[in-house]
Structure formats: structure tokens, C-alpha cells
Design a protein around this ligand. Structure first.
Ligand code: HEM
Length: 282
């Protein structure tokens, strides 16, 4: 007798549960004709972008929880419930994923400029600019900027999600509300601010953060996980721009930007500016 389930007795298989055939049918290099891949490296380019999109999906799920019940689950849900350890555990997971996202750049950097150029024209005007999930991630974290929606396709549900994210409290807003719940004196005008508006750097908030660091260990640890997240995202931007520079040099991007020049302008822009500003108070 063995406890191992009889595979024949179960309708669910590895392939059916994970939808492997469907998944493997989604990589369709444009240089492939009659089953022959003309440009060997195009498959890597597609695979790596798809893997990024899957991780973006997972990170969004971990941050904001269940779409059907906004605020339920995820880091934001845990913060709303005052559950510091739940939020910390989920942020820890997000940070591990972010490390994976950054290290994956190494794989794409094995592709030389010549290899990329062999299929680049086939991308036409498609570009990372059009990654709605990346924009959604920025919005969920706290970015409020009309440029988030520059590439929005009207009526496309994925872009509707970006728009919806800008009308909900951000992760930063959730953290401030969590601090208020723990009796920290977060100014009411900050807590009640219209979620559509950007959360500007604010000295009163920095004062609260200084108190948190000195007297509320759980909330301070959470602040450290948030600054890890901010730094991790900046690290991804840095690795991306260097990858772009070594692959296309000073050429403009397929999405119409100046390329490296534009991407460099997005470096060192913090997601949670108050968490950086408070450091000089210690
Ligand atoms: C050879 C590899 C790559 C090259 C040459 C490249 C190039 C570029 C360029 C030039 C831009 C600026 C927009 C434009 O004019 O097109 C851009 C933006 C972007 N790319 Fe890439 N990219 C590469 C790989 C990736 C990968 C693997 C991802 C993962 C999802 C990615 C995600 C993004 C995102 C999200 C943006 C928008 C960034 C922002 O506006 O802040 N890229 N990319």
C-alpha cells in the first residue's frame, strides 16, 4: 500500500492545473516562419518580458490584494487591519520578487547589440512604455502623474486598472493611515487628501516618522521594508537603463523616447520621499 495518489484517478494533472500547453503557446517570435526561428535571440526577449509581466501581476496581488474587494488582502489590506506582521511578511515576499526582477537583467544582458538588432525592427513601436502593469505598480505605490496614462488604450481593462489605482489610496497612504491607527499624530489633511493628488514630501509626516523610528518598533520595521522596496525599484531602473545603454547605446527607443537619456531622468526618483528625508533627523 502506498499513500501516493494514483495519477490516473485524478483528472487534475501538472499540465492541466498550470495550463502548461496554453502557457507554452504564448511565445510567438515575429521572426518565426513555418516553425523556423530566424533570429535565435528573439525567444529570450519574449520569454523574459513575459516572466516580468507575471511577476508584476504577483507583486500587484501581494500589495493591493483582491481586486474584487479593494483593500482586502495584500499589504494594503493588512495595514488597514492594523496587522503589522502580516504586512511585513507580504512586503518581505515582494522584496524577494524584486531581487529576482533585478537579477533577471543579467540573463538579458547575455544578448549582444548585434543579436538584438537582428530582430529589433520587428518590435515596430512597441515598448516597455506600454507596460500597463508597470504603470499600475507605480500608481499602487503612490505615483500620481498624468504621464502614467500616456499610453493608455481607451476601454482596455488593463489600463482601466491603472486609472482605478490612481483613485485609490496608495501603499504610502495605507501606511500613514496605519500609523494614525496606532495613535501617531499624522496630520488630518494628509490622511484626508484626495487619492488622485500626489502625496508631496511633507515635514509634518517626517516628524511623525522620526517619532515612529524612536518609539514604535513594528511600524519602524515596516518603514524599513518600504524603503527597501523604494531602493529596490530604483535598483531595477538603474539595471534596466544600463542594459539599454549596452544594447542600443544612444539610439532612441522604439516607444519614441530619447532612450537612455529619458530613462536616466527617471533614476533616483524616490517612491516614498519622506522616508528618505527623515534620515537627516537622526
Ligand atoms: C534589450 C532589452 C531592452 C531594451 C533595449 C529596452 C529599451 C527601453 C527603452 C529605450 C525605453 C524607453 C521608452 C522607449 O522609448 O521605448 C524602455 C522603457 C521601459 N522598459 Fe525597457 N528595454 C529592454 C528590456 C526591458 C525589459 C526586460 C523590461 C521588463 C518588463 C522592460 C520594461 C520597461 C519599462 C517598464 C519601461 C518604462 C520605464 C519608464 O517609463 O519609467 N524593458 N525600455
Amino acid at each position: 500500500m502506498t499513500d501516493a495518489p494514483d495519477p490516473a484517478a485524478s483528472a487534475v494533472t501538472y499540465a492541466s492545473y498550470l495550463e502548461v500547453p496554453g502557457l507554452l503557446s504564448l511565445q510567438n517570435p515575429r521572426s518565426e516562419q513555418d516553425g523556423q526561428l530566424a533570429e535565435h535571440d528573439e525567444l529570450l526577449f519574449i520569454t523574459i518580458h513575459q516572466v516580468y509581466e507575471l511577476w508584476f501581476k504577483q507583486v500587484l496581488h501581494e500589495l493591493r490584494g483582491d481586486e474584487a474587494a479593494p483593500g482586502a488582502g495584500g499589504v494594503q489590506g493588512a495595514l488597514a487591519e492594523g496587522d503589522a506582521y502580516g504586512a511585513m511578511a507580504l512586503l518581505g515576499r515582494v522584496l524577494k520578487i524584486l531581487k529576482t526582477l533585478v537579477s533577471q537583467v543579467d540573463v538579458l544582458e547575455t544578448m549582444t547589440p548585434l543579436q538584438f538588432n537582428s530582430f529589433r525592427a520587428r518590435l515596430e513601436s512597441s515598448s516597455g512604455f506600454q507596460s500597463a502593469q508597470f504603470r499600475e505598480l507605480e500608481a499602487v505605490l503612490g505615483r500620481r502623474d498624468p504621464r502614467l496614462l500616456t499610453n493608455a488604450v481607451p476601454g482596455d481593462p488593463i489600463w482601466d486598472r491603472v486609472r482605478a489605482a490612481t483613485s485609490r489610496p496608495s501603499v504610502w497612504g495605507s501606511y500613514l493611515a496605519f500609523l494614525a491607527m496606532r495613535q501617531h499624530p499624522v496630520p488630518a489633511e494628509v490622511l484626508e487628501q484626495d487619492p488622485f493628488l500626489p502625496l508631496e514630501s511633507n515635514e509634518s509626516v517626517q516628524h511623525v516618522l522620526a517619532l515612529v523610528y524612536r518609539g514604535d518598533d513594528a511600524a519602524a520595521l515596516l518603514a524599513e521594508r518600504l524603503i527597501d522596496l523604494d531602493e529596490g525599484l530604483q535598483e531595477w531602473r538603474y539595471r534596466h537603463v544600463k542594459m539599454v545603454e549596452r544594447t542600443i547605446g544612444a539610439k532612441p527607443g522604439t516607444g519614441g523616447s530619447s532612450g537612455v537619456g529619458y530613462l536616466s531622468s527617471t533614476l533616483f526618483t524616490p517612491v516614498f520621499p519622506d522616508l528618505w528625508a527623515v534620515r537627516q533627523q537622526f
